[in-house]
Design a protein around this ligand. Structure first.
Ligand code: MN3
Length: 201
């Protein structure tokens, strides 16, 4: 199986009004994500044990196998970035009434959800990701993971929404101000409709 860079769900300049400039997309999607895909394909080409596996299968089989760390890193980054492009939208920041109700039920209020998500994303030391996850028993939780790790590798549940907090995700738009990037994500970029659709999909 050869992996490919997925289509962006929006034009590369569509998020400029929402605080993510086209230059960020050109580098982040066009260079960083593409490199993870290319490296993953090279790794799969060299190792027959990896061939014919889905992306999710590669993550699960490499998650706890130190000899497959490069596979975990590149398969994880391909998976994480593919979810990230769906986690942001030109219409981002708006919650449907039904999703808001779920957030209230699980976190107390929308503000408490945002505070908890921001804390996870801010305190992920170094590179990594923060997540909204649907657990197997139907609860919504917030997690953070280092580097390329994700809810699949950590067996946390189904990833509904994610933010990339690697510095390459925000340096062009926000320089070193990660907390401002996270606020902007929660209020202007986050595709809560996608997260809600994932719950039912
Ligand atoms: Mn990234």
């Amino acid at each position: 199986m050869t992996f490919e860079l997925p289509q962006l769900p929006f034009p590369p300049n569509a998020l400029a009004r929402n605080g993510m400039n086209e230059e960020t997309i050109q580098y982040h999607y066009g260079k960083h994500h593409q490199t993870y895909v290319n490296t993953l394909n090279e790794l799969v080409e060299k190792n027959p044990n990896l061939q014919g596996k889905t992306l999710e299968e590669l993550i699960v089989m490499s998650a706890d196998d130190a000899s497959l760390t490069p596979v975990m890193n590149n398969a994880g980054q391909h998976y994480n970035h593919s979810l990230f492009w769906n986690s942001i939208s030109p219409d981002g920041g708006q919650m449907s009434p039904s999703f808001e109700e779920l957030i209230n039920k699980n976190f107390g209020s929308v503000q408490q959800f945002k505070d908890e998500f921001k804390k996870a994303a801010t305190t992920q030391f170094g590179s990594g990701w923060a997540w909204l996850v649907l657990t197997p028993d139907g609860k919504l939780i917030i997690t953070k993971t280092p580097n390329a790790r994700n809810p699949l590798s950590e067996k946390q549940g189904k990833a509904l929404l994610t933010i990339d907090v690697w510095e390459h995700a925000y340096y062009i738009d926000f320089r070193n101000r990660r907390p401002d990037f996270i606020d902007n994500f929660l209020n202007k970029l986050a595709n809560y409709d996608f997260a809600e659709a994932q719950m039912n999909g």
